[in-house]
Write a protein that binds this ligand. Structure first.
Ligand SMILES: Cc1ncc(COP(=O)(O)O)c(C=O)c1O
Length: 372
């Protein structure tokens, strides 16, 4: 609907999208241009070039102390594709995947497409939107097969501490679950938050975790479509490669070369992007400070504001935020995503990875609309 309003000439402040408003740094774009000119135009290995898989292993070792071999990595067309492969290869019909809510929109659909059942476990605002060992325990059944963790989280920005992860991972291992750890926002963090991969907690956790990540969020490369799956499980790697071979084949060769350069960049190269997110986050926190009927856990990572607006909904006699989001778009020209998309119907999500002037205008309108 935002697009059709724009087509009619209405200004729309789009805070609904999940992509940074920046361009990848010059070194990445130059690598792609050079690759195109140098004839990187043929099929590559289905699971990605050896050079790119080596770059991924270097980044995993550098950033998280995780020691993978290149043949334990499958490069796919984005983290979304890597997740799809993982669910398809690990779930049999009737298997259950435990999924904390709020969750990223594609998990339940991908689990369903694989014939699995998503067992949704609410993690409330009072728990800072994090799964607790107690609710994990209650969700377990003889059919439990996977636990899906996403830290930093989309939509809430929640980041699990090492201690929190240890408790969850311990329980998951006890029940022989495989952990799908989506770490696509691993570099988008606000101190003192620190990224910890479940795979780094012990040798057993390493064996039982499938790490998923990509270049979309950390390097502003959403359209380049490069992500990966990392796992020491040889059967999973073989199955994901075979599946990809029969569906999409290798990800785009030129984009693979650019991603290779991205993963080798020092942290300083993208520090300006993180600085922009950090200052916009501060403005978001200030904007909602003291707004009645609204609760926000300050995001520790990613670039979304996630507001529980249950107090406002009661005042308006509404059950969910859907109607509010529609009114916000048609009356104020501000596009945000209703929480129902993330399994949290009394909330809204908006991105602050947008240009400063868009954020300023949209926040004013949003605060005004919530106050009605
Ligand atoms: C939590 C999460 N996982 C995965 C993805 C997909 O990332 P990619 O662009 O690499 O497919 C997204 C994109 O929004 C996301 O938010």
């Amino acid at each position: 609907m935002a697009k059709s309003l724009q087509a009619q000439g209405q200004t729309v402040y789009n805070l609904a999208s999940g992509e940074p408003d920046m361009e990848p740094v010059a070194a990445i774009r130059e690598a792609a241009a050079q690759a195109a000119m140098a004839g990187h135009s043929k099929y590559t290995q289905v699971s990605g070039t050896l050079a790119l898989r080596q770059a991924v292993t270097r980044a995993l070792l550098r950033d998280q102390g995780l020691a993978y071999q290149p043949d334990q990595i499958v490069i796919s067309s984005g983290a979304k594709h890597a997740l799809f492969n993982a669910f398809q290869c690990l779930l049999n019909p009737g298997d259950e995947a435990i999924l904390p809510a709020p969750y990223w929109v594609s998990y339940p659909e991908q689990i369903k497409l694989a014939g699995g059942r998503a067992v949704i476990v609410p993690a409330a605002v009072e728990q800072a939107y994090k799964l607790t060992p107690r609710s994990l325990q209650q969700a377990l059944s003889p059919h439990s097969r996977l636990l899906v963790l996403n830290s930093p989280n989309n939509p809430t920005g929640a980041v699990y501490s090492e201690e929190e992860l240890r408790a969850l991972v311990g329980l998951a291992l006890e029940h022989k679950l495989t952990i799908i750890s989506d770490e696509v926002y691993q570099q988008v963090l606000y101190p003192p938050a620190r990224h910890v991969s479940p795979a780094s907690l012990s040798a057993a956790a390493f064996q039982s975790t499938v790490v998923i990540s990509g270049v979309s969020k950390s390097y502003a490369m959403t359209g380049w479509r490069i992500g990966y799956l990392a796992s020491p499980d040889r059967a999973l790697i073989q199955a994901a490669t075979a599946l990809q071979s029969q569906t999409s084949g290798n990800p785009t060769a030129v984009a693979q070369r650019a991603a290779e350069v991205a993963w080798d960049l020092p942290a300083e190269a993208t520090r300006h992007q993180l600085a922009a997110f950090t200052s916009r986050r501060q403005r978001v926190l200030a904007a909602f400070d003291g707004v009645a009927g609204v609760a926000m856990v300050p995001p520790a990572g990613a670039f979304y504001g996630f507001l529980s607006i249950s107090g406002c909904l009661r005042r308006w006699h509404e059950q969910s935020a859907d109607a509010f989001c529609e009114r916000l778009l048609t009356e104020q020209g501000v596009a945000v995503v209703p929480g129902s998309a993330f399994g949290a119907p009394d909330a809204i999500r908006f991105s602050f990875a947008v240009a400063d002037e868009v954020l300023t205008a949209a926040l004013t309108r949003l605060v005004e609309a919530l106050g009605r």
